[in-house]
Every structure is written in structure tokens, then in C-alpha cells.
Design a protein around this ligand. Structure first.
Ligand SMILES: Nc1ncnc2c1ncn2[C@@H]1O[C@H](COP(=O)(O)OP(=O)(O)OP(=O)(O)O)[C@@H](O)[C@H]1O
Length: 631
């Protein structure tokens, strides 16, 4: 996480009333940071006070500036090639005129030399054009690559609250933005780079040549440009709107697929293929209409440019014949018309680039909107690393709720767990047991109260250090495509997985017995989300992963819920072994697992109360059952 210090004592105003500049210094100078410029619109507040509710980006494309700057080398190379290409084109045009007079005079030697010079120039232009496109695509794709990397890094930094709850952003939407929309950004950047210099150069070169031949006709032909600009501008704005709509419909399609396909087992078991087909068709048809509208508009803009300019070309050709009678020779006439024709090409390119930019704008905006946020869980710049953790945990006066309008889930809750102790928390479904775990991992911060580990407030511990010392076996088993070893040694995935530790962890979690029966043992690929494994095997694998991490505090959130009784007893033996050297917080619904704990606490109405084993057993069939506690 990059924290910035505001060094300017006050906000400085620029000449523009709608822009404020903040001076920020990065206290981590060795870390590369991109800032997204924003404009704070103060018009509603008057007297220059910034209205923080009305923060809008200066322009979505402006966010790309630092990425473009980092690609200056291929950009300059591409533009140099375009200058060579335009120069050769500007030499070709008069040569075409000369060729026509050479044809008239029928001088074979002159004809031969004109043809060879023209051929050489054409070859130079072809090579330069190719290199120009290659360099500019390199810059555009590198730019999109860097944007992707940055956006994904920021997405991973976002608080858990961004991904869950009623306003949570779906994984499919995020995936669509980082894949497809980032590709749209590459296209927009390419067309922008290809227009700024190459098309402008060609336009200027051809316009200069026309001016030399006939200033009057040139000025007349230039009159068409403002008319075109107005029409294209209007259509471009429409294109941006339809493009935004198309991005949203495709993103919802992607979000839908990301939600349903991982649950294919349930869909099939519920005979829901037809229903899902209907839901998909409805989303796909909305996407179809939006994309069709966008494509039609995209196809229309260059055609309008072409019609306008072809009409102009026709009128000017006819006009030039009348006006220039006697004043143009045939070669000047051919040069003028060729220049005019070649002037259309960059104008069309500008039209296309404008299309791409308008289409890319919403993509850039949606991508960078993922990166603009304020942390809810803030890491204190002075936070410390914990080296050796004994595992004493304390919750003092903790209150918490998800969102201001919601009711309290935890209400001044107190909990003290001694180092090395195993505590089981039971309680009604939805009572807040998992929420306690989220708070311990600092995935959310409590409204009030404090949580301490070995006497140290977790707000003053570096998040990475805190989460290294607290291992979690969660309710939803999270496994990734890859081998068994990669899943167990997940912590060291990008460094070096210690195979000895992997095997030891698998043995402790009683996962080794099934792993060793597999053909590739620890190197067996477990498929998407561990689909080749049974529920019990997946659960033991996730326990092995927590054991590999060797945390001082282990949280088992219903870790044995998916096990059959044989596996559960195997895992229970394993857990007993794991529990010996660490603090364990068990959230369990199974009586056997609960009874493994040193202490049992009941979470009810946001508060914890201790239960004796005897009362737990007594109450098993009466009051606990009436509180909807599953044991
Ligand atoms: N991200 C969230 N946004 C809004 N509400 C949430 C969120 N996560 C959980 N809740 C709500 O908070 C309450 C407590 O949830 P929690 O998952 O902590 O319960 P639990 O005791 O672990 O339940 P279970 O035993 O069924 O897993 C529930 O009512 C749940 O609907």
C-alpha cells in the first residue's frame, strides 16, 4: 500500500477554477506509484471550497498519461517512421504528375527513371508504414499491459467490503474490465498515437502540396473540415454513450457466467439448465442490442466522413477543371487531385481514431474507477512486524456492523484467549462467528473497541505480518488450478515451495493417504477450484495449506463440516496434533469438534458467554436446538 503525506499546508489553486493541486510526497521513494488525476468541481460550493461529493476525472484518457510517457521510445520510433513514410509519400505525389507527362512525351529513359524512383519511394513507404504500426502497437500494448498490472494490484489491495455485501462488485465484472476493456484501451491508445503525428503529418504534407498548386482550391476544400468536425463530434458523443452501454451489458454477461459456471454441479442437479439458458439469453440479447447499436454507429462515422469528402472531391475536381482552364498543366492537375485524395486518408483515420477514443473512454474510466478508493482498513505507517507470536488474543469491547443502516452484529464483545489455548465458538447461523474471524484478520475494522495479539493492538501491526501469523481454514474452501503441492505451499508459490514442509503438512492434515494414491502424487493437477477432489479431500487440503503456513494462531471456520465421519476422525486426530503448539479458534457446528476445545463460548445477540461442557451436552436437545444451533 502506498501512503502519501500531504506536504502542502493548504490546497493550492490553479488558474482553472475547477482544478485544485495537492502536493503529495511519497514516503516510499523506492516504490513506483501512479496517481490518477481528478478534478474537484467546486461550482456548487461557491467561494472556492471543494465539494468532495462531486469529484470527477479531468478526462478518463488523462489517466493514461504516465503510461504513455513510459513508452516514449517506441512512440518516438513509430513517429519517426511515420515522418519517413509521409516524406516518401510527398515525393511520390509530384512524381505521379511527372510520370503522366513522361508518358505523354514517350521518352523511354525518362519513363524508366521515373518508374524506378517511384518504385523505390513506394517501397520505403511500405517499410516505414509497417515499422510505424509495429512500434505504435508495441507502445499501445505495453501501455495496456501496465494499466492491467496496476489495476489488478489495486483491486487486490481493496478492502474485502468492495467484493462482498449488497453493493459488492462481482468477480465477473472485474474480470471483464481487466481483460476485454483493457484490450479496448490498447486499441484506443494505438489509434490515438497513429493519429496524433502520422495522420497529422500526412494531412499537413498533402495540404501544403495542394496550397502550392492552387491556394484558392485548397482553401475551398478546407471549408468542408469544420462541417465534418461538427457532425463527427456529435456522432462521437453518441458513440461514447452507446459504447458505455455495451461495456455494461457485456460486463453483466461476464459476471453472470462467472457466477453460474462455478456452480455447474448445482445447476445440473437442480435441472436448471433451461432456466439458466433463458437467463443467459435475456442478458445476451440485451448485449446484442447494445453492441449492434455501437457497431452501427461506429460503421456510420467513417462513411459520413467519406461521403462528405468524396462529394467535396468531386465538386473540386469539376471546379478545378473549370477554374484552372489554362492555368494548370496536366501534371499539376494530377498532383492536386492525388494530394486531395491522399488528404482524405488521414481525415478518415482521424475519424476512426475518434471512434476508438470515444469507445475507449468508458473502458478507461471503468478500469481506473477500480483504482480510485479510500481504504477502510488503513495500515498505520508506523506499524510493526511481529516476529515471534505466542498467540494470546484479546477482543475488548468490540462492536461491529456491515454498513451504517444495518444492525449491530457484535455488541461490545469481549473475548480473551490465552496463548496455546483452543477456544470453540458456537452460536446461531448468521450470529457473527465468521465476522469475528474477519475482524481478527483485519479484513474489516470494528466500530469501537480493540483487538490485541500478545498485548499489541492489531492496528499497529503490519497487515502482512498479522495475516502471516493468523492461519485460516475457511468455510468456503478456496483451491486454485494447479498441483496439490502448489495448493498446499500456496504461501511460497512465487518463491520456492518447500516439498518437505508440504509433505509434513499433508501428513498432519491426514491428506497424504489420498495424495499418495494419485498417479502424480503431489504433482497431480487438481483442476479448476480442485474439482478432481472430493469435498472431504478438498477440506483436508485446505487444512494442510494452513499447517504449511505454520501460523501461531489458527482459525478453523467449520473446518470439518464437509468431512464424512471417517475423514472427520482422521482430521480431528490431526487437529489435536496441530493445536498443541498454537492458539486455535474453532468455529464448529459438530459436537465432536466443539468438545476438542479447552473452552466453549456461545455467541448470541452480539455477545459471548462461556458454556460448560455439561451445559452444552444437556442443552443439546433443548435450548441450543431452539436457538437454531446446529450441532
Ligand atoms: N459483507 C457483508 N455485508 C453485509 N452483511 C453481511 C456481510 N457478511 C455477513 N453479513 C451478515 O452478517 C451476519 C453475520 O454473518 P456471519 O457470516 O459472521 O455469521 P455466522 O455466525 O458465521 O453464520 P454461519 O454460522 O451461518 O456461517 C449475517 O446476518 C450476514 O447476513
Amino acid at each position: 500500500m502506498a501512503l502519501f503525506q500531504l506536504t502542502s499546508p493548504s490546497i493550492q489553486y490553479s488558474n482553472s477554477p475547477s482544478l485544485y493541486h495537492l502536493k503529495l510526497t511519497n514516503p516510499h521513494p523506492n516504490r513506483h506509484v501512479f496517481l490518477t488525476p481528478i478534478c474537484i468541481n467546486s461550482s456548487a460550493s461557491g467561494a472556492g471550497a471543494p465539494n468532495c461529493n462531486r469529484i470527477t476525472p479531468v478526462s478518463p484518457l488523462y489517466s493514461l498519461k504516465p503510461y504513455l510517457e513510459s513508452q516514449w521510445q517506441p512512440i518516438i520510433s513509430g513517429w519517426l517512421c511515420s515522418a519517413i513514410s509521409v516524406y516518401s509519400l510527398s515525393q511520390i505525389v509530384p512524381k505521379v504528375g511527372n510520370l503522366s507527362s513522361a508518358l505523354n512525351t514517350v521518352k523511354p529513359l525518362r519513363l524508366q527513371s521515373e518508374v524506378s524512383v517511384l518504385g523505390a519511394l513506394a517501397l520505403i513507404r511500405i517499410i516505414a508504414c509497417y515499422l510505424q504500426q509495429a512500434f505504435l502497437w508495441e507502445a499501445a500494448l505495453n501501455c495496456a499491459y501496465k494499466v492491467r498490472i496496476f489495476v489488478y494490484e489495486r483491486v487486490l489491495q481493496r478492502d474485502l467490503g468492495f467484493f462482498e455485501g449488497e453493493n459488492g462488485v462481482s468477480a465477473g465484472d472485474v474480470a471483464y474490465r481487466i481483460t476485454a476493456e483493457a484490450s479496448d484501451v490498447a486499441d484506443a491508445v494505438y489509434y490515438m498515437l497513429n493519429t496524433i503525428v502520422p495522420s497529422t503529418l500526412q494531412l499537413l504534407a498533402m495540404a501544403a502540396r495542394m496550397l502550392v498548386i492552387s491556394p484558392v482550391l485548397s482553401v475551398l476544400s478546407a471549408l468542408v473540415i469544420p462541417v465534418m468536425a461538427l457532425i463527427v463530434g456529435y456522432l462521437g458523443d453518441k458513440l461514447r454513450q452507446t459504447s458505455n452501454k455495451a461495456h455494461l451489458t457485456t460486463a453483466s454477461l461476464s459476471a453472470y457466467l462467472n457466477e453460474v459456471l462455478p456452480s455447474i454441479l448445482f445447476v445440473k442437479a437442480s435441472n436448471a439448465e433451461l432456466c439458466e439458458n433463458i437467463r443467459f439469453q435475456s442478458l445476451a440479447s440485451r448485449d446484442l442490442s447494445a453492441c449492434l447499436e455501437k457497431k452501427k454507429l461506429k460503421a456510420l462515422i467513417p462513411q459520413i466522413v467519406q461521403i462528405l469528402y468524396s462529394g467535396a472531391l468531386f465538386s473540386f475536381c469539376a471546379g478545378s477543371l473549370v477554374l484552372s482552364r489554362g492555368s494548370f498543366d496536366s501534371s499539376a492537375m494530377i498532383s492536386f487531385v492525388t494530394s486531395l485524395y491522399l488528404l482524405i486518408e488521414p481525415i478518415q483515420d482521424i475519424g476512426k481514431a475518434y471512434n476508438e477514443l470515444k469507445q475507449g473512454e468508458p473502458a478507461v474510466e471503468r478500469l481506473f474507477s477500480l483504482t480510485r478508493f479510500t481504504f477502510q482498513v488503513i495500515e498505520n505507517p508506523d506499524s510493526v512486524d511481529l516476529d515471534n507470536v505466542l498467540g494470546e488474543v484479546g477482543f475488548y469491547g468490540i462492536s461491529f456492523r456491515y454498513g451504517e443502516s444495518r444492525q449491530l452484529i457484535l455488541d461490545e464483545l469481549d473475548l480473551h484467549i490465552k496463548a496455546g489455548e483452543t477456544v470453540a465458538i458456537i452460536g446461531p447461523s448468521g450470529g457473527g462467528k465468521t465476522t469475528i474471524v474477519k475482524l481478527l484478520l483485519r479484513l474489516y475494522d470494528p466500530l469501537c473497541g480493540k483487538i490485541v495479539i500478545d498485548g499489541c493492538d492489531i492496528r499497529s501491526i503490519r497487515l502482512e505480518s498479522l495475516r502471516r501469523h493468523v492461519g485460516l481454514v475457511s468455510q468456503d474452501i478456496m483451491l486454485f488450478s494447479g498441483t496439490l503441492a502448489e495448493n498446499i505451499g500456496y504461501r511460497d508459490l512465487t518463491t520456492k515451495i518447500d516439498m518437505e514442509r508440504v509433505k509434513l503438512a499433508a501428513r498432519i492434515a491426514n491428506a497424504d493417504e489420498f495424495i499418495e494414491t494419485l498417479p502424480d502424487q503431489y504433482h497431480t493437477n487438481i483442476g479448476p477450484r480442485g474439482s478432481v477432489l472430493s469435498g472431504g479431500q478438498r477440506q483436508r487440503l485446505s487444512i494442510a495449506r494452513a499447517v504449511y503456513q505454520n501460523p501461531s494462531i489458527l482459525v478453523l471456520d467449520e473446518a470439518t463440516s464437509a468431512l464424512d465421519s471417517k475423514s472427520e476422525s482422521l482430521v480431528r486426530q490431526a487437529l489435536q496434533c496441530v493445536m498443541q503448539n498454537r492458539t486455535v479458534l474453532v468455529i464448529a457446528h459438530r459436537l465432536e469438534t466443539v468438545l476438542m476445545a479447552d473452552r466453549i463460548l456461545l455467541l448470541d445477540d452480539g455477545k459471548l458467554q462461556e458454556m460448560s461442557r455439561a451445559s452444552l451436552l444437556d442443552a443439546q436437545n433443548i435450548s441450543l436446538a431452539s436457538m437454531a444451533i446446529v450441532i
